[in-house]
Design a binder for this molecule. Structure first.
Ligand SMILES: *[C@@H]1O[C@H](CO)[C@@H](O)[C@H](O)[C@H]1NC(C)=O
Length: 285
């Protein structure tokens, strides 16, 4: 990770030749840049810092009791942020112009934002990320990156939303160059922003949660194959970007958890398994 952020810094100051040279001399070190092994998600109010200390990265809710400025230990705390949707409980909700809301997401009771609105990139960097940065968060998990598919159905409309999403990522990194970003999917914009991302996550390669029916269920082979195609493509084009799969199993279902972990690791993907709402402590081994 250290080398990875160094790469960004050196490259942006136009000295990529010297980086390439040192990378050549330190081939072994350079090859281990993606040695991320464990990431946890915990959205409960009382963050179990002791249990999360076993993980390299922990994604928490910004409304939790965690104080990122004072928490000690090696775990890097990331704040959950929603890129494509808003809910009325968010502190910045009243600042979102109503004209930016273009759909509802019935499954989660949230509102979907038109991310191609030109002012949205700056809004997101200043009003969403800004206050969290001030509180001490240096990492951000960008969720709902595929919500635009709920209202942008033609490829032309989707292209506009993807461009808007790229602008959001660039605006965050322009304002906070050392911010670490984990995407929830976003595979389709990696060609534009692969050098700005810390890791890519997605949900459910094997085990899923149906939030409407409130049930756990296995993932269809077809869905899994689509995701695996994205994984293979990303690994081939951007081998240094770690890929994480969040799997959902009932907290009491040890067999589901163990199988998901084994199967995800076998695909060269980092597993994290927890309950469907990520409100209990999960596991990656
Ligand atoms: C989204 O915003 C863009 C840019 O302002 C606009 O052209 C487009 O019509 C909007 N889409 C919807 C569905 O409102």
């Amino acid at each position: 990770m250290y080398i990875k952020s160094t790469f960004g810094t050196i490259e942006s100051s136009g000295l990529n030749m010297s980086f390439l040279l040192s990378c050549f001399l330190l081939t072994v070190l350079c090859r281990t840049t993606d040695a991320l092994n464990s990431v946890a998600w915990y959205y409960g109010d009382a963050v179990p810092v002791q249990q999360l200390s076993k993980f390299e990265v922990a994604v928490v809710s910004p409304s939790s009791n965690l104080n990122p400025a004072t928490v000690s230990g090696a775990t890097k705390y990331f704040a959950y942020v929603s890129l494509g949707e808003v809910t009325s409980d968010l502190p910045y909700y009243r600042d979102v112009p109503k004209s930016w809301i273009v759909a509802g997401n019935d499954v989660w009771g949230s509102e979907v934002i038109n991310i191609s609105v030109p002012a949205y990139a700056d809004f997101f960097a200043t009003k969403v990320v800004g206050p969290l940065w001030t509180r001490g968060y240096r990492g951000f998990f960008l969720d709902t990156m595929d919500s635009y598919e709920l209202y942008a159905t033609t490829s032309a409309a989707q292209a506009k939303q993807k461009a808007g999403m790229v602008n959001v990522i660039k605006a965050i990194k322009a304002r906070y160059p050392s911010a670490s970003l984990i995407f929830n999917r976003g595979f389709e914009i990696l060609p534009q922003v692969h050098d700005l991302v810390y890791a890519v996550a997605f949900e459910s390669l094997y085990a899923s949660w149906d939030n409407e029916a409130k049930i756990y269920k296995p993932v269809d082979a077809e869905e899994r194959n689509d995701l695996l195609a994205e994984v293979r493509n990303s690994k081939q084009l951007y081998p240094n970007i770690p890929i994480i799969s969040i799997e959902y199993c009932a907290p009491t279902n040890n067999v589901c958890q163990q199988n998901a972990i084994t199967n995800v690791r076998a695909q060269g993907v980092i597993p994290y398994v927890a309950d469907g709402l990520l409100m209990t402590m999960g596991r990656s081994v």
